[in-house]
Write a protein that binds this ligand. Sequence first.
Ligand SMILES: [Fe+2]
Length: 136
Amino acid sequence: MPLINWDETMSVKVHELDEQHKTLIALINEAYEAIQKHDERVMTELINKMRAYANMHFATEEGYMKKFGFPEIENHKFKHVKFNNEVDDFKKKQFEKTNLSQIFVFLSQWLITHIMDEDMQYVPYVPQKRDKEEQE
Ligand SMILES: [Fe+2]
């Protein structure tokens, strides 16, 4: 699995959310390096860090969706809750010797497809800022 690079195609047109997505991607890449080194301690730490950061990010994102009047907000919130449940399931399984890299693969694939497929759906609701005069 290659390292992930954020690029403009991943932009949700909200600076704060793009920055948070970049941080999540940086955490995924750090976890990737820990996997290469078979550093289980760092991997566990990063998985916990990613879960905590993702939740802070979900709260910020849900705030924006509410502000923009995104009609699918409840459905989207449900996907965030499901993410947490799946991470918790993985963590439980970890004690049953599930490979830590499997958790990483799940987290990275989930986050990338979530940004590209789910988050993109609220982009048309982000108010357009055509020039400086129109900005609040
Ligand atoms: Fe989201």
